[in-house]
Each structure stands twice: as C-alpha cells, then as structure tokens.
Design a protein around this ligand. Structure first.
Ligand code: MSP
Length: 510
C-alpha cells in the first residue's frame, strides 16, 4: 500500500454473547497493521465497534431481562473492555445504537427510496436466524442448516419487505474485481466472489417487519419496518468517519475492510452494490482472513459453544502473548487451530525461552563484563549477522503492514530471535572474556544487544507492551514507536547502562 492515508475497519461485532478469540483476532490483526503502517509513515484511522441491532441481539436482550438500552450498553462495554485490554488503538468505537449513526442510516434509506431504488415485494424463502438472512436452497446443507450455523435449521418465511436490486451493479463489480487484482485479498476470495457474480444477483431484502424484529432503525418511509441489520451495520464504515460530512473525504479513499471469511459475501457483493446504488466510491481494499477452529476442527463461535475467552487468556498469559499467538498463527486462506495448550506452548517455548531469556542473558552478561552497552568495535563475524538481521527485520516490518503477510512477518521476527540465540551460543562472549579476547567479546555483545533492539522495535506492532519494556531495559529510555520509524543498525549508544532487567515472560504458576 503506497498511499499515505489509510482507514482500517474491523467488522462490528454482534453483542449477543461475550467476545471470544475470533473477535479478538480480527481487531488484533487490524491493530498490528495500523501500528506497522504508522512506523512506515502512513497516516491512519482505525475503527472497531459493536453491531447492536437485529433479531439475534433482540432475542438475547429479551432473555437477559434487562432493558434493551442497558443490555446494549453492558454488552458493548464488554467488547470495548476487551479491546482496551488487548491494546487495540482504535480511533473510533462504533455503536449502531448511536444517534448520529441511526440518523444517517435513515437519510440513506430515504434517499434510496426517493430515487425509486427500494421496492416493496412479497418474498418467500428460507431464513437463517444465525446469518439474519434469506438463503438460497443451494446455500444450505442437506438438512436445511446453514454451513456457518450447523445447529440452526433455516425456516420458511413469507414476508412483504423492501428490496434493493443488486443485479444492475453486477457487471461493474465483476469488472472491478477482474481488473484490480488485490482489491479483494487473498486472491482465492476474489475468485469465490467472481463465482458468485456469474449468476444474476437476487434483490437484497433491506427491511424486517416490526412484528418479527423490533430492534433496528425504523424505515423513515414505513414505520412498520426496521432496517435489515446488515445494511445498518455496513453503513458504520461511513458514519464512523463522519460521512456524509466533508471530513470523511480524508479517510474514505483509503478504506480497507478487514474481515473474517464468513462475511465475504456481505462485504464483497452486498456492500459494493449498496455503495454503487448510493453513488459512493468503493473502499480501497477488502482483506480477508480464515477462522480459528477449536478442538474438533469446528469454527469457534458463540452458537456452537466452543469458544476460548480472551480475557481469561490475557489473565493467564498476558496481552502480548495473545497478540503474538494471533499474529504468529492466523492464516488467511485456511483455518488455524487455537487451544489454550497451543497458546501456552507459544508463551513458554518461544516468548519466554527464546525472547525473554535472550534479553536477560545478554544484558546481564554485558552488565557484569562491561557495566552496560560495550564499545562499538565490530568484527566481521558479527557484522555478517548484523546485515542478515537487518534484512530480516526490515522485511518483517513491511510484512506486518498487510493482512496476508502478518503471519510471515511475525515468524520472521521469531526467526531473528532464534538467529540471535544461535549467535550467542556460538560466540559465547563469556568464554571470550575468560580467555582474554575482550575486543571480540565486546563486538559480539554489542551486535547482539543492538540487533535485539532492532527486533524489539520491529515487534512493536505485534507486542507493544513487551517491545517497550524490552527497549526500556536495553536503552534505559522510553521508546516512542507511534510514529514514522527508520530502522538502523548501530543505534545503541555504547556506555549506556541498562534499565530495569525484569523478566518479560514470568514462569507460569502450575
Ligand atoms: N455483525 C456482523 C458484522 C457486521 S460488519 C459490518 C458479524 N458479527 S460477528 O460478531 O458474528 O463476527 C464478526 C467477525 O468476527 C468475523 O467476520 C470475524 O472477523 C470474527 N470472527 C468471529 N468468529 C471467528 C472465528 N472463529 N475465527 C476468526 N474470526 C472470527 O458478523
């Protein structure tokens, strides 16, 4: 992405249950991209939030016995709290219950209606309450359950509703996808969307009768209906940045939607068609990732009850470990496994044993041998490592800017840590000192410390807190990485005394 302005959106999450690791994941990946792009000099706006209307939320709100508003406030706060604990640096937290958002959605509907783009029709079809959408028979499993909600049987409904024609936009959308590789990324999802666009598109039902769903934005031209939850929710991407006010012009051209693969059709077919009907430009990009699957290989989801509570994970392993696990293992084209055992393994065998130990080992040695960062006299055997690490780190830092390469970038940084561990073992600076090769020990130690600084800087988008703590230990100063950053070798000042050398990843209580 070469443009200097970027607006990253996460989906807004349904509040019909507690947030799980799938929700945490999209927001963490988006935050990694945001922080990495800032380091690359890009001006950025990140939004996340909650989707608070529709049948699913209504049913749960009723079951809770709370008033709708209290239910919405409480459950939305649970997501906000999680994202705060995860260090998601969102610039705006969207709530579809927000008055301005509702007003703009109504205005959009009124305009579409006035332009005769919304028509009233009777429709009979199979309805999945999980997706809150009518489904084609061919989209369902043999037992009439939906592939995304295998525990919910779609029910047959006949209803009078308002519809937006999508077919007039099909060819333009198909041409856009064909002529702009990377507009939907990775490519396999673009191919999937193109396959959906081979057949004529059915009109999109944009309303729900109030006698079935009450929790929604009333249609301004027919008080018996509320807005289809997806039309309402998708419009958050515009209302978040103040659209239709002029201030939105700064961000909309750089809009990039980060989504899970379950919502590709809504974002890559419905949303572009809606925008074309509204005569608004399409977003710059739609970036898609796969799902987390738990034990049994099933998508982690509230309705299946196989979820991992991210707050629990944060309590046991810390924010950084969860962010690291997500960045290190989230696949974009396929699904990824997550269990607490896997998170614990990453914590112990990678973060604690490789990164945490390395920092303490090299700092403690240099503290004892040289009272801090040693002289910068670099021998060829260490110089080679320095240039190798510089290449890995700059590549990884660029990789963290784009969703499909976050995983490779994070792996690259862990490889860099492994290279440093190998180097400390091979060069064994403590032996060099013992044998009187002080200059060689200084060279090895300086390069190890300086390269570790470089890797920690590059790790900042993935683990902001740990990177800052590690850099504080190495440099005895606060690092500010929320700005354009130039990676450079040999930036560590000889003679610097270390900061507080505390354990970055403490031993877990068993
Ligand atoms: N409210 C809609 C989105 C509206 S956006 C205009 C919605 N909400 S959701 O709560 O069901 O989930 C939204 C997103 O959460 C998914 O697209 C995905 O990004 C993330 N995930 C939910 N479960 C997930 C996994 N098991 N694995 C990975 N991400 C998942 O759909």
């Amino acid at each position: 992405m070469t443009e200097l302005q970027s607006y990253i959106t996460t989906p807004i999450y349904y509040i019909n249950g507690s947030p799980h690791i799938g929700h945490a994941s999209t927001s963490v990946l988006s935050d990694v991209m945001k922080r990495a792009r800032i380091m690359h000099g890009i001006d950025i706006f990140l939004t996340t939030g909650t989707d608070e209307h529709g049948q699913k939320n209504e049913t749960k709100a009723q079951e809770s016995g709370l008033t709708i508003a209290t239910y919405q406030d409480q459950n939305s706060a649970a997501f906000k709290d999680l994202f705060d604990n995860l260090g998601i640096s969102y610039d705006f937290f969207a709530r579809t219950s927000d008055a301005r958002h509702k007003e703009v959605v109504s205005e959009v509907e009124q305009q579409l209606f006035d332009r005769n783009l919304l028509t009233r029709q009777s429709y009979e079809g199979l309805y999945c309450t999980g997706c809150e959408q009518f489904k084609k028979e061919t989209d369902l499993n043999d037992d009439q359950t939906c592939p995304d909600h295998p525990n919910l049987v779609a029910t047959r409904l006949t209803e009078v509703n308002y519809f937006l024609e999508l077919e007039p936009y099909r060819t333009a959308l198909r041409d856009k996808i064909r002529s702009e590789p990377g507009w939907i990324t990775p490519e396999s999802y673009a191919q999937y969307v193109l396959s959906l666009l081979e057949e004529p598109l059915e009109p999109l039902c944009v309303s729900r009768p109030k006698n079935r769903v009450k929790l929604g934005i009333e249609l301004p031209f027919d008080r018996d209906y509320v807005t289809f939850v997806w039309l309402d929710a998708l419009l958050n991407y515009l209302t978040n940045i103040g659209w239709p006010d002029a201030r939105s012009a700064k961000w909309w051209p750089g809009a990039e939607h980060v989504i899970g693969k379950d919502i590709v059709k809504t974002h890559c077919v419905y949303w572009p068609c809606i925008l074309m009907a509204m005569q608004v430009d399409l977003p710059r990009r739609i970036s898609v990732h796969g799902h987390w699957v738990g034990t049994g290989g099933l998508k982690m989801s509230k309705s299946l009850g196989n979820v991992i509570d991210p707050q629990q994970v944060i309590q046991t392993y810390g924010t950084s470990a969860l962010r690291y696990f997500i960045a290190r293992h989230a696949n974009v084209t396929s699904d990824s496994n997550v269990t607490t055992d896997l998170i614990e393994q990453a914590y112990t065998s990678e973060l604690a044993n490789k990164l945490g130990n390395l920092l303490l080992r090299i700092c403690k040695f240099s503290q004892n041998a040289f009272s801090g960062v040693p002289q910068r006299t670099i021998l060829p055997e260490d110089e080679k490592l320095q240039s190798e690490l510089f290449t890995i780190v700059t590549q990884a830092s660029a990789d963290l800017c784009e969703l499909p390469s976050i995983r490779t970038g994070t792996q690259g940084l862990m490889t860099a840590i492994e290279r440093l561990n190998d180097h400390i073992t091979n060069r064994a600076p403590w032996k060099l000192v013992k044998n009187g090769h002080v200059e060689s020990a200084q060279s090895a130690s300086y390069v190890l410390l300086d390269c570790l600084r470089l890797v920690l800087e590059a790790f900042y988008p993935v683990m902001p807190l740990i990177a800052q703590a590690g850099l504080k230990a190495l440099t005895n100063a606060e690092a500010n990485l929320d700005r354009h950053h130039c990676f450079a070798i040999n930036a560590l000042q000889p003679g610097t005394s270390f900061g507080d050398l505390k354990v970055l990843f403490p031993r877990l209580d068993t």
